[in-house]
Design a protein around this ligand. Sequence first.
Ligand code: NZQ
Ligand code: ZN
Length: 389
Amino acid sequence: MLNYIHDIPTKLYFGEGQIKHLDEILRPFGKNVLLTYGGGSIKKSGLYDKVTDILSQGGYTITELSGIEPNPRIESVEKGVDLCKENNIDVILAVGGGSTIDCSKAIATGVYYEGDDLWQMVVEPHGVLKALPLVDILTLSATGSEYDNGGVITNLKTNEKLGNSYTFPVASICDPTYTFSVSKYQTAAGTADIMSHIFEGYFSRTEDSELSDYIAEGVLKTAIKYLPVALKEPDNYTARANLMAIASVACSGIPAYGKQGTGWPCHAMEHELSAYYDITHGVGLAILTPRWMRLILKKDPSCAWRFARFAKNVWGIEGDDEQALALAGIEALEKFFEESGIPKTLTELNITDEHFVEMAEHANAGGYLKHSFVALTNEDIVEILKNSL
Ligand code: NZQ
Ligand code: ZN
């Protein structure tokens, strides 16, 4: 088990009705609020009215940035930074899913960025930056952006979608009832994302971090239990609450305590797909993950023991033959995604092999994925992408 440092300064307000704390959370920072949101789901659900009522009653001045795209664009970050500077913003309130929160993190730090080109801030490797305080109200269980400092910003002109560290939210309000209105497609995609955050740590070369492995398996079992319920009964509180709780844990680093980093191979590949084709992150992950699993199992059969553990502990599959168990676990995962209504192939998303070689070069720049559970070469990545067609 490796050394680790745990430091997540975000305060989570979890559960129905926690919005009652919004005023007390914002008050210490000042009265000028930048309210950020996406394409309008919060207006349809009534959350926008609830939030603006609280802000008006509290005497806040609201500046709005709406229309933040899924796979948020650098142009939205630029707009947000301008609004903050023009309006002397004291605090950002992001209401939405991972895209709105990620974009708001980049805006919060972009305000203090000294260069001329904000895209450079996205590209440059850096730690947590100086930032305006950010508070969020989460409306989609998926990315874990509400409980980490990461953000992923897209530049469609250069076909780049890049993750970086920005700032932790000061506080995140996680009310499961705000996710009742999430579509079946986004609910399934979000859960696939949560599960992928676990896989990216669970399939690591560190073998003796038992606590992490049990936490990871618990998160996966929770996802497997409650996604079908949420799909059938969108307003089932228990299902939505469990999905929301695991979303925050899955991307927090906790399920990978003491484990060697892996470079997050499926995320590296998926971000390429989104950068070129603007697809839903979780859908790309659900398509790639079983193909990645099969390829690494074939490339290095000695890793079968871990897939066998996954099959036994997560899916409850029994048996003694490691290879057979490993394959059965992967098949169970594939079937689970299929039954959740997620497309099975990239072809269904109108993706061809046209850009696969450059995508592989970019995902694996500098041999980035050589420390993965099973090291990946550019050729391996192209094969995974082709097998996903
Ligand atoms: O834009 P609106 O109108 O709000 O609609 C959104 C959007 O169309 C809709 N939605 C959100 N909440 C809803 C709702 N619809 C109905 N009812 C609600 N309550 O869902 C659609 C997708 O929203 P989005 O925010 O894009 O989804 P998600 O939370 O999955 O975020 C995806 C982005 O996060 C990045 C992804 O790469 C992608 O860009 N990630 C961020 C991470 C992080 N910060 O740590 C880690 C992840 O691995 C991921 O890469
Ligand atoms: Zn993800």
